[in-house]
Design a protein around this ligand. Sequence first.
Ligand SMILES: Cc1cc2nc3c(=O)[nH]c(=O)nc-3n(C[C@H](O)[C@H](O)[C@H](O)COP(=O)(O)OP(=O)(O)OC[C@H]3O[C@@H](n4cnc5c(N)ncnc54)[C@H](O)[C@@H]3O)c2cc1C
Length: 464
Amino acid sequence: MDYDVIILGGGLVGCAVAYELSKYNLNIALIEKDYDIADDISFINTAIVQDGLQGTNDLIAKLQIIGNNMLGDLCDKFGVPFNRTGSLIIAEDDDQETKLKEIYNRAIKRGVSGVEFIDENNVKELEPNLKCDIKKAIYSKNTAVICPYDLALAYAEIAFDNGVNFRLEEEVLDIQKSTLGLKVATNKNKFTCKVVVNTTPYETDDIESVVMEKPIDKITYCMMEKDDSRNFNHIVYNAKNKNSSGFHAVPFGNDGVILAVRNEESLELNDVTEYISNFIDNVDISEFSNIFKEDIHKELIMIDDSDFDKRGYIKVTGNNFSEVTVAPAIANMICETITNNLNCTEKKDFIDKRREFYRFKDLSNEERNEIIKIDPRYANIVCLCSLVTEAEIIDSIRRPLGARTVEGVKRRTGVTLGNCQGAYCLSRIISILARETNKKLTDIVKDSKNSKVIRNRVKEFDEM
Ligand SMILES: Cc1cc2nc3c(=O)[nH]c(=O)nc-3n(C[C@H](O)[C@H](O)[C@H](O)COP(=O)(O)OP(=O)(O)OC[C@H]3O[C@@H](n4cnc5c(N)ncnc54)[C@H](O)[C@@H]3O)c2cc1C
């Protein structure tokens, strides 16, 4: 047997499961097809930690309440940005007020704490820049904003330091049952194991598949730089009913705000901007630093361990707006099933700590001077917009499961996310990546095999 447990997929759920299982005396591998873990979270995530208020499924709401509680402590321990902003759901007319009452009653039934009705004056105190008229609102204090990618990275780094074998750039091609447990075939290897936890959309004939339903809505996200006169302090939703579009705003502190419009049909950008203008003043398309569209699916999350006794197979399927929130609860449930069934013992030497790192832009001048004394490369600013130093980029490459791509450096450090979108610093990042990974400049990729940033040399110089 090559491994006790093989986890398929290095998304947030796969990394959370790897972390929980790495607390036990188990031989574990995680197989991920991409160059980096959690590539699929990308920036298409509103990063909201839900609190059990939204959504019609009571079981998912229960998992959200558990996950919400766990995430506060986990982020504190891991040093992952987590901001309990609270949220507002606003009603502008009688219909929406009726909807609001439904949401409130549902929340009380579910045992969601920290929820209250407030009137227009209270809303305007909390959100002075909100433009629309308000009849009533629900204020919920437990909703939070998180950095999902950083959370996945923290889970994965600790799992790695506690012995999980991360097999990146390896694609699962087949999973079969055998007399000796399960066989997993990839494009590079064949493995046997006692248990497979499949968090990828991948299915085989042997393993029953779950058909993903068609999307129910389309959503457009527009990112806007921070502007004090149009800033939000809380996550703000409108009480969308069947016939109206949905709006929500998610504040990211100094990093600006995401404005989202949800609709049954995909909207033109002009219509999206017009709809957003109902909620904030003077919005113009040219102000959006990034725009992306996504499908919204029904609230599906399925943890299928019905075959666990016979085959040792667990499948996590889902496409849910709160999967980040529920990931810690899902990982705990899966870990309990496996460790109880395999009679596992806990590791005595488990290290529940992420290796230290510094975010230069968040430090005081005294702290900055201290770290510059230790490593002068902290004085070398590479990304001027986001104030990221050479030492931080080097650390992001040399850390456990370090960055190998421009996208990897970007996600770990925040480079190229500012106003200039990398125009100033991209070539310097590529040079550092090439130097630290001992590669040619022309071999550095954006995120995947066929995404070289510098295609060719135009002239033969001695140095580039
Ligand atoms: C637009 C949008 C907004 C969202 N906003 C929120 C939010 O505000 N709050 C919240 O809680 N949640 C949110 N979510 C949900 C959440 O971001 C995702 O559902 C979650 O990140 C999914 O994690 P996962 O690990 O289940 O799946 P994935 O991230 O998809 O991970 C699966 C992994 O498996 C790998 N893989 C696939 N096939 C193979 C193969 N054959 N071999 C090896 N590896 C393979 C993939 O490369 C991937 O890394 C949002 C989702 C979307 C789409």
